[in-house]
Design a protein around this ligand. Sequence first.
Ligand SMILES: Cc1cc2nc3c(=O)[nH]c(=O)nc-3n(C[C@H](O)[C@H](O)[C@H](O)COP(=O)(O)OP(=O)(O)OC[C@H]3O[C@@H](n4cnc5c(N)ncnc54)[C@H](O)[C@@H]3O)c2cc1C
Length: 394
Amino acid sequence: MTSYGLTDDVRAVRKRVKTFINSEVIPAEPLLMRENEEAEHSLEELKQSAKRQGLWALGHPEEIGGGGLPFMTFVYLNEIIGRSYWGQNAVGSLTMQDSLMLHRYGTAEQKERWLKPLVAGEILPSVGLTEPEVAGSDPTLMQSTATLDGDVWVINAHKWFTTGANKAAFTTIFCQTEPEAQRHAKFSAIIVPTDTPGYEIVRVIPTMGHTGGNHCELRLREVRVPRGFLLGKRGEGFVIAQKRLGPGRIFHCMRWLGQAQRAFELMCERAKTRFAHGSLLAEKGEIQAYIAESAAEIQAARLMTLDAARAMDEGDEARVEIALIKFWGARMLHNVVDRAIQVHGGLGLTSDTPLEFMYREARYARIYDGPDEVHRMTVARRLLKDPVGGTPWA
Ligand SMILES: Cc1cc2nc3c(=O)[nH]c(=O)nc-3n(C[C@H](O)[C@H](O)[C@H](O)COP(=O)(O)OP(=O)(O)OC[C@H]3O[C@@H](n4cnc5c(N)ncnc54)[C@H](O)[C@@H]3O)c2cc1C
């Protein structure tokens, strides 16, 4: 065992993934960024290559067709996968949160129909929680409904920011099925195939920096699906959504570290070669401060994320740790990419480097999976009750 649990085995698998990301995924980025048919084709080739090299779905449990890597090993791997925005798609981990959700809560029939092809990369999932009419930061406000008509769920829903619905085989719709229950027990999760009559993609919402985009607005009008498409139990929707998000936030933060580390390396390279006002940028105090601040923020976020992962791996829900890394990690990413752009000057704003794309994605990170303020509120509320928390440092 070496430092931070990075054993030789973990290093070896990280090295293999890094070679794939650096030599195949990153060179394809200019093409992938176009979000057109050519980009789709290129992504498909990358997926096939990852499969041939035994790098596909490494973090999924073996019993559902994955590589069966232990949780902590896969956590470490995510920093490498995250070096490219397309990394997780290329190595089959993009849909991991949904696969794990189906693995945990799905019936045998649901697993056969959706989980197997999901892990194999043959279909894509999507998840509909957020609604335009109510604050997504407080999912207890969701208004979409489903009622039972004999053995059929009848769903009426208006969702938006349903990422990937335009290419997905199904959307897991979170909606009220138990209106009389207490606020967290009102909701259920129901799997709705996207070709069900009444399921309409109103539009793919144009968002910052995406030409094609994949964040969809949906309308479900009197959509009817069999009773057996309920995921988990009635009223369990809130719990399912929380369980889905927990490990997902750790993987997000590790991938953000991959992005930040890459931006940092680009910043250092540029500083060492750009000459102005009598010296290289690398020799100027203010630029050195950018580099030192960034190194500190990256390492702090990395250790915080690994600590949250360790707590979760030991069976803790790690609510405080995960909320901390969600807003801290997103801020770190935003700051580091911002400084890297600054050091590149005008070049940093062009698409000749990946920085401007990273910057836009960093902005998204401060909102999806809960805005910064909500995570700070979670942390503060819990620590106000018990300022030391359950940390081993107590
Ligand atoms: C890239 C991206 C992908 C997404 N993918 C999905 C998806 O696949 N499925 C899905 O269902 N949703 C998805 N979302 C939606 C996302 O989860 C919501 O945008 C998020 O939860 C915030 O909800 P909202 O947009 O309704 O903002 P609101 O809830 O309206 O919040 C607006 C602002 O209010 C402030 N605020 C809110 N609560 C508090 C508080 N307690 N204290 C202080 N200030 C507060 C914050 O500044 C917040 O940004 C995605 C969003 C993005 C950006």
